[in-house]
Design a binder for this molecule. Structure first.
Ligand code: ZN
Length: 324
């Protein structure tokens, strides 16, 4: 279809580029590097070939979240956001931006979100899971009590928050010992991010902020398939949880999912039937995935044409207040 809009599409700052090297084989690193550093002709040519009108661009993973030195994380986020703003300003007809946030310091993260969204015109934020704070071994999740002020400020901006995957730190990933192929986007990303999203729901975050909207990639990291069972079992063994709604209600009211890196019609139909076609959005996960794979699959997927228009374009226009 014409005019597709993608919103899990990445670039890199030169100083965060190295973190993407482990996610590709050596023979392909040169090309991946070139594509991550380009926010211009290389990606525009591919977008044109596959009728993708716009990308909402974000920094690679884990980038800022893995910088345990707090002042350095704050500075790096500013630099990356400034670079992205410069790129996007050259082709604002084709590119928009998500802010990278230094959640090592919640106050600085709230200020940076405000600067990017209110001053630079970014359309939301994209954060790569938990943050390492002051210590490489730490993992601070976004349901932590010291983020309450951050969420209060972020909600005032009335923009969505993309919860993007990262790997667990190695001291907390013994389940993968001896099976390195399970790390990264093959499996560990999904487990990590789906669990993080459930933590947000179970913490009461959406009771405090019912208008907060979270986007998850990769068909919601499996949650459309699993969310009913979470409720079913938590109802049987609540273990002290105190929330006002069911997990399924939070998922339906506070979450969107994208097709990034998961070009499978069965998964798409499951997402549509669980969360509804108004809350599913097209994305590719470029340059870790090929735009051609995503676009050819999506354009031919056996779904209703009005759903294809919504998922491919109209939902993004509405959610990000883009001009049609
Ligand atoms: Zn991604």
């Amino acid at each position: 279809m014409k005019g597709k809009i993608g919103l899990e599409e990445h670039f890199s700052h030169p100083d965060t580029l190295g973190r993407s090297h482990e996610y590709c084989v050596e023979a392909k690193w040169g090309e991946l590097r070139r594509r991550l550093m380009d926010v211009g002709d290389v990606r525009l040519k591919l977008m044109d070939q596959h009728e993708m009108e716009m990308m909402i661009i974000s920094l690679n993973s884990p980038a800022i979240q893995a910088i345990s030195d707090v002042p350095r994380a704050i500075e790096m986020a500013k630099q990356a956001n400034d670079l992205l703003a410069e790129h996007v300003s050259k082709r604002s007809d084709r590119f928009r931006a998500f802010a990278a946030l230094p959640l090592q310091d919640p106050e600085a993260a709230a200020l940076e979100a405000h600067r990017c969204i209110s001053d630079l015109g970014f359309v939301g934020a994209l954060v790569n899971g938990f943050s390492q704070v002051g210590d490489e071994e730490s993992a601070v999740y976004l349901d932590d009590g010291h983020y309450q002020g951050f969420w209060t400020e972020f909600v005032k901006l009335n923009r969505p928050f993309y919860l993007h995957p990262r790997d667990p730190i190695s001291s907390r990933s013994r389940i993968y010992d001896g099976h390195p192929w399970l790390l990264g986007s093959a499996w560990a990303f999904g487990v990590e991010t789906a669990t993080h999203a459930l933590r947000l729901m179970g913490s009461g975050l959406f009771d405090r902020h019912p208008d907060l909207q979270i986007i998850m990639g990769h068909h919601g990291e499996g949650l459309p398939f699993l969310i009913w069972r979470v409720d079913h079992r938590v109802a049987t063994a609540p273990r002290g949880i105190k929330i006002k709604k069911t997990f399924q209600e939070y998922f339906h009211q506070n979450f969107y999912v994208t097709t990034s890196g998961s070009f499978r019609t069965q998964a798409l139909i499951n997402s549509i039937s669980e969360i509804g076609s108004d809350r599913v959005l097209f994305s590719t996960d470029y340059p870790f995935e090929e735009i051609s794979d995503a676009a050819k699959w999506f354009d031919a997927a056996s779904i209703a044409e009005n759903d294809r228009e919504k998922i491919g374009r109209l939902n993004a226009i509405r959610l990000f207040k883009l001009a049609a």
